[in-house]
Design a protein around this ligand. Structure first.
Ligand code: NAG
Ligand code: NAG
Ligand code: NAG
Ligand code: ZN
Length: 412
């Protein structure tokens, strides 16, 4: 089978390997495999309960705090249980002199399969993640994701909406033939698809714009249906033509950035008018282009982000982290959030803007009111780094400590 690296945007490891190895064979049983994955995840999570400690009361003294724009003067931040507090009585004091405290990072596009993927995210300071392709709700929810066990909070997508015979539709059908019935052949099937997805109560709907793929009418109708049932839409668009479709459909979020041709002024104006938010996943675009330079052009992605940012379109960090051995576009969990911030700086953002793209902005545009800034009452999702990331974005890699909901990670 000719392997299309774009597939990797949607698939996590096991699904992808199955899809490749099962190529051309009639086959079923992946949902069963997903179930056994799910049960081993549940087992691994249960074992973790003996590994982490409950949140404590900690006063972090003399620490400078990233306030969304700059660093404050040295101050004290109190971690009181799950949240940031105000009262240092009986707190254990930690000297944060010379270090900088940041809100936990939010990765708006990941494909974790197991607890070790989540641990890699956590120790790199990712405290919240958006899981982007839940073919099986059971598989996704087996990852936990409540943010109360020293692992990142997770939000979950629907199954990706795609058309029969499209690249993504073929994958869906191959994952399990019974999923073929959730492919969308025409606009008239949108209500049924929506209804089926709601059964697993996803946090948002994942839609796929591609050529060949869903028609403009179907994509637009999916966005409208999602809005009626109160679900945000996130549309995959990794090529110029698909970007045009995602814009016309008025999807709330657009993920990826075109790998063929940068978008122009009229499309950027439309994105602004529609108040759309872009997560370009430059780390994935760069890796994909590197592995297939004849077909893809990373400069197109970079130029697109540069123009979007200049025009004032909100840009969020997402990495498309997935570990699929042998796949040309594997992106590692956790370390890639630092790569993505550097990529955004390369696309013209300031260091402070790149930090905001990984903290306050995703919280704001996903409506997570309890995180993204360091303030009493907010979740104690915190990253303590050495050095000053506002002066040098690479300093986010020098992590000293991470807390998720007040739970301190050991052995960072
Ligand atoms: C999807 O699979 C069908 C049937 O094998 C094939 O004809 C079609 O070209 C595939 N679509 C893409 C975009 O690869
Ligand atoms: C949509 O297309 C798929 C794949 O070709 C097929 O299995 C399914 O029955 C079709 N659905 C409807 C409602 O026609
Ligand atoms: C977890 O999943 C990743 C793929 O996302 C895989 O590479 C790794 O081997 C798995 N680890 C365990 C402990 O199962
Ligand atoms: Zn993806």
């Amino acid at each position: 089978m000719p392997f299309n690296p774009i597939i990797a945007f949607l698939l996590s490891n096991a699904l992808l390997i199955k899809a490749i190895t099962a190529c051309g064979l009639p086959y079923a049983g992946d949902l069963q495999d997903l179930s056994s994955f799910a049960s081993s995840n549940r087992g691994a999570l249960a074992k973790r309960h003996s590994v982490y400690h409950s949140p404590q009361k900690i006063a972090l003294d003399n620490v400078r705090v990233f306030d969304g724009h700059k660093l404050t003067r040295p101050t004290t931040v109190i971690i009181d249980g799950t949240f940031i507090g105000t009262d240092a009585t009986n707190a254990k004091h930690i000297d944060g002199r010379g270090a900088v405290l940041l809100p936990g990072f939010i990765d708006a596009h990941i494909h974790p399969m197991n607890v070790s993927d989540l641990e890699s995210l956590a120790k790199n300071g990712v405290t919240t993640g958006y899981v982007m392709a839940c073919y099986s709700a059971e598989m996704c929810t087996s990852l936990g994701g409540k943010g109360n066990d020293g692992l990142p909070s997770l939000l979950f997508s629907s199954a990706p909406a795609s058309a029969p015979n499209s690249a993504h539709g073929n994958i869906t059908a191959r994952v399990d033939p019974s999923l073929g019935s959730i492919l969308i052949n025409s606009t008239s099937e949108v209500p049924t698809w929506t209804h089926r997805q709601l059964a697993s109560n996803p946090d948002y709907f994942k839609l796929v714009a591609e050529t060949p793929g869903l028609s403009q009418n179907t994509l637009t109708s999916l966005v409208k249906a999602a809005r009626r049932v109160g679900k945000p839409t996130i549309t995959h668009a990794s090529m110029f033509e698909a970007y045009g479709q995602a814009i016309l459909a008025k999807s709330d979020h657009i993920h990826h950035a075109p790998l063929d041709k940068p978008i122009g002024a009229s499309m950027i104006k439309a994105i602004l008018r529609n108040r759309q938010v872009v997560t370009p996943t430059l780390t994935m675009m760069r890796t994909t282009a590197k592995n297939n330079a004849r077909k893809y052009n990373f400069r197109a992605s970079l130029e697109t982000v540069r123009s979007l940012h200049k025009a004032g379109v909100p840009i969020l960090t997402g990495t498309d982290a997935n570990l699929a051995p042998g796949v040309p576009a594997g992106v590692s969990f956790g370390t890639s959030i630092h790569d993505e911030m550097e990529n955004l700086v390369e696309a013209g953002m300031s260091n402070a803007e790149a930090l905001r793209a990984a903290t306050n902005l995703p919280a704001k545009y996903f409506g997570l009111r309890d995180r993204g800034v360091i303030r009493p009452g907010m979740r104690a999702d915190l990253v303590l780094v050495e050095g000053d990331p506002v002066a040098d974005i690479k300093a986010t890699r020098k992590i000293k400590k991470v807390w998720i909901g007040g739970v301190e990670l050991s052995g960072v």
